[in-house]
Design a protein around this ligand. Structure first.
Ligand code: SF4
Ligand code: SF4
Ligand code: SF4
Length: 438
């Protein structure tokens, strides 16, 4: 029977003994004594104190969490650089530091916040399940150090989880959780609906986390903003003769790629990003992009080569499919299958409509995006999430209403650059919100 963590929520007092034991077990002595090196350590195990601000209508409990060494680990299957391996003896998901390119995609697809990006080393660090201790017949260091018996490591039945407060992920984490006993806290009627949104946001530190995602992901935000625009412009040029400025197009295309490289913690290992074509949409995206750049550039100079134009168009489409799928792998708060910022059907469709001045395509794409945007905001509202009213108003006005009026008034036969710029601004706002929702 496989062993895994057993965590009893009722017993954890947030003493941090497991966190410290993990650091002692996994750091060099030199690193422990050097203050400078100590400051650069990112703990692999974290304690979350729920209801730190003692809100009277929320239960109080603590949660100790590291990697759960999931049976269907998305970090491993989605890593583009094949930096994760499985330890066959104990089922541990092991991160190989020398193979990691620091793209942080695993941090996005892990629902438990287990892979930690270390900005000082430029790579991910993660719990090793103390496999060397296990091989010696010992328990993991964190479980051994727990003074209350809240965290243990023993044989468990790995099954899909369905525990309140623990996300249902279907990836079979190797952990069992003992629920909060109903009689362990003072009797009270929890009425979540009366909580003001600001309290919940402060409680869970959500806004801070979203800001961090946005700051760390901005090169990808720019990449995913520019690529649908460029692929659509190329398609309009290939199929409808839209006049493209060759050098401007190629320069922006290359710039988008160079910018996205800036996101990697280990840029010299960037070549590894295409190693997991079999499973990772990130690998597929970068391979398709790397082939699209020469194919599209060559076609611009040899426009009679229809096969080349067709190949470039297919590669462009593949990049868009990959971009949407990369983000679909990230756990989402909402069930909505489609997002108004999805690049393939909605955004690229809208850009092509502008480039070829097709009113039917244009208004259909705007209508679809408005529908998706508003239904998403309504879902957020009913889930008690922040709907970001300023963003929403700007997005609808700049990205939908004004371009729709301008398109009607000004352009049916020529490309309207005022409409294009406003639509790009609207897409930028949508993209920013999209990253904030990750
Ligand atoms: S907890 Fe996260 S990092 Fe650990 S195996 Fe599961 S998905 Fe991967
Ligand atoms: S290469 Fe990227 S996905 Fe793979 S472990 Fe490193 S940061 Fe995570
Ligand atoms: S199993 Fe080992 S590496 Fe993982 S959190 Fe516990 S002490 Fe740290």
């Amino acid at each position: 029977m496989q062993k895994g963590f057993v965590f009893d929520i009722n017993k954890c007092v947030a003493c941090q003994a497991c966190v410290v034991a993990c650091q002692i077990e996994n750091l060099d002595l030199e690193e422990l004594v050097s203050e400078e090196k100590w400051a650069k350590q990112i703990p692999w195990r974290n304690i979350t104190i729920h209801n730190e601000f003692q809100h009277p209508e929320l239960p109080v409990f603590n949660f100790s969490m590291a990697c759960n060494h999931c049976e269907d680990a998305p970090c491993m299957s989605n890593c583009p650089a094949l930096a994760y391996t499985r330890n066959q003896d104990f089922g541990a998901v092991i991160h190989q530091a020398e193979a990691c390119i620091g793209c942080r995609y695993c941090t996005m697809v892990c629902p438990y916040d287990a892979p930690k990006y270390n900005p000082f080393t430029g790579i991910i660090e993660k719990c090793t399940l103390c496999v060397e201790r296990l091989a010696d017949g010992k328990k993991t260091a964190c479980a051994s150090a727990c003074p209350t018996g809240a965290l243990d490591f023993k044989p468990i039945q790995i099954s899909p989880q369905n525990i309140e407060g623990f996300p249902e992920t279907g990836i079979k984490p190797a952990i069992e959780i003992k629920k909060l006993h109903n009689d362990s806290t003072p009797k009270q009627e929890y009425n979540y609906s009366v909580l003001k949104q600001v309290d919940i946001i402060r409680e869970l530190n959500l806004e801070e986390k979203k800001k961090n995602v946005l700051l760390s992901e901005w090169p990808l935000l720019i990449f995913s903003l520019l690529i649908p625009l460029l692929v659509s412009a190329f398609y309009a040029s290939f199929s409808k003769g839209f006049a493209l400025n060759k050098l401007g197009f190629i320069g922006t295309l290359v710039l988008a790629g160079v910018l996205s490289l800036g996101h990697l913690g280990k840029k010299l290992r960037a070549w590894r990003v295409i190693l997991n074509i079999r499973n990772s949409w990130l690998s597929r995206e970068i391979l398709a992009y790397s082939l699209f750049v020469p194919a599209a550039s060559l076609w611009l100079y040899y426009p009679r080569q229809n096969e080349l134009g067709l190949i470039a168009t297919i590669l462009g489409l593949l990049i868009l499919v990959a971009i949407d799928n990369i983000y679909r792998k990230a756990p989402s708060k909402l069930d909505n299958k489609y997002h108004s910022a999805d690049v393939l059907f909605f955004t690229a469709f809208l850009y092509v409509a502008i480039f070829v001045s097709n009113p039917w395509m244009f208004y259909a794409a705007i209508a679809l995006k408005v529908y998706l945007y508003i239904t998403r905001k309504l879902s957020f509202k009913s889930a008690g999430e922040n709907i970001r009213p300023v963003f929403s108003v700007l997005r609808v006005l700049l990205g939908f209403i004004i371009p729709a009026i301008l398109f009607f008034l000004l352009s049916f036969n020529t490309v309207n650059y005022a409409v294009l710029i406003l639509v790009i601004l609207g897409e930028l706002i949508d993209r920013i919100e999209f990253y904030m929702e990750l």
